[in-house]
Design a protein around this ligand. Structure first.
Ligand code: NAG
Ligand code: NAG
Ligand code: NAG
Length: 317
């Protein structure tokens, strides 16, 4: 009995490895739109897919990001300016994409654009701070997706959403984790709705990577800005020491931040080019071995582990 069960693990891994190997033919016929190509995962994915001969439609937030990317890629790659929080910008990007892909439809939509600031303890933030992140990471993603879907259905294509381990386990206060929980939820319902149309939806959950989102100088700046803007009562309750230690604690993520962004883009590429894309991909050892396993443990244990690095407030008991 146990032997059988033990055999099941390697057999299922073998089966998955076998299924994972099938890659689609005719990739060079396909159009893929990626949001947030100015830097980070989106930028690297755009360059990689361009090299593989796909037609990349790279949506950038800034002119400068678009120009830099164009310099490094083939003439096949086209860029478009897109602010995912602006519905008019989304509408005009959809119109442009529709004209560009024509009858072929859009094979892939990669929702990558995202921000992580302001980040600070919840009480130091304002409602606007939460709105800012949720508008980009969640509502922007939803807006782009629902407006692009008719082009994706036409190609029986794929939607690939970049969520995070922070969408499976809440790591910090502020809008970031809740926005990623929202991305998980939206992706799950969309996957079920799209299945009958032959459209596949995948979620990629990276751990910590060295990008602008995890820049410790920016984290400290964000903490300081929120701290400066709280009330005198809050500053006294938490204490200057708490603030200082919070800034120092941001350094604890440094060893987790991997430089090799291709661990994430490999997952994105697989989701777009494999015959059998997976529903979920986790990228990075911290995601696979630390955060995802931890997310299945009882809340009391999770609270204990994540609380280890937390400083004690001045008026704490
Ligand atoms: C790939 O393209 C060729 C030529 O356009 C076509 O004959 C073939 O059926 C395509 N293969 C797939 C799997 O779509
Ligand atoms: C916060 O306040 C301090 C002291 O008033 C100031 O030096 C610092 O520049 C402020 N930081 C930010 C990010 O506003
Ligand atoms: C500072 O706090 C006030 C009131 O809570 C808020 O209206 C304002 O947007 C905040 N400013 C910053 C820079 O966070």
């Amino acid at each position: 009995m146990w032997v059988l069960l033990l055999l099941l693990v390697p057999l299922s891994l073998l089966y998955r490895w076998y299924k994972d190997r099938y890659i689609l033919e005719n990739l060079t016929d396909k159009y893929v739109l990626i949001t947030g190509c100015d830097s980070g995962f989106g930028n690297l994915l755009a360059r990689k897919l361009d090299r593989r001969g796909l037609h990349v439609l790279a949506a950038c937030l800034t002119d400068r990001g678009a120009e830099e990317l164009k310099k490094q890629t083939s003439s096949r790659l086209q860029t478009v300016l897109l602010d995912v929080t602006d519905s008019n910008s989304v509408k005009s990007a959809v119109k442009w994409a529709s004209q560009t892909v024509g009858d072929k439809g859009l094979w892939g939509l990669v929702n990558n654009a995202g921000i992580s600031f302001p980040c600070a303890p919840n009480e130091w933030l304002t409602k606007e701070d939460f709105i800012k992140i949720v508008n980009v990471n969640l509502l922007g993603l939803v807006d782009v997706t629902i407006n692009m879907l008719h082009l994706i259905r036409k190609a029986r294509g794929r939607v690939v959403n970049i969520a995070s381990v922070a969408g499976r386990i809440t790591i910090s206060g502020g809008g970031y984790c809740m926005s990623k929980y929202g991305v998980e939820s939206f992706s799950d319902s969309l996957r079920r709705e799209m299945r009958p149309f032959g459209v596949k939806v995948s979620i990629v959950e990276p751990g910590f990577f060295k990008t602008q989102l995890t820049n410790t100088d920016l984290i400290k700046q964000s903490l300081e800005k929120a701290w400066n803007n709280t009330t005198e009562e809050i500053r006294q309750s938490y204490g200057q020491e708490y603030f200082k230690k919070s800034c120092e604690a941001s350094q604890t993520i440094v060893p987790l931040c991997k430089e090799d962004l291709s661990l994430v883009t490999d997952c994105l590429e697989h989701a777009l080019t494999a015959v059998y894309p997976r529903t979920r991909y986790s990228a990075g050892w911290d995601a696979k071995l630390l955060f995802l396993p931890l997310s299945y443990f009882p809340t009391s244990l999770v609270d204990f582990v994540l609380g280890i690095a937390n400083p004690k407030p001045a008026q704490g008991v």
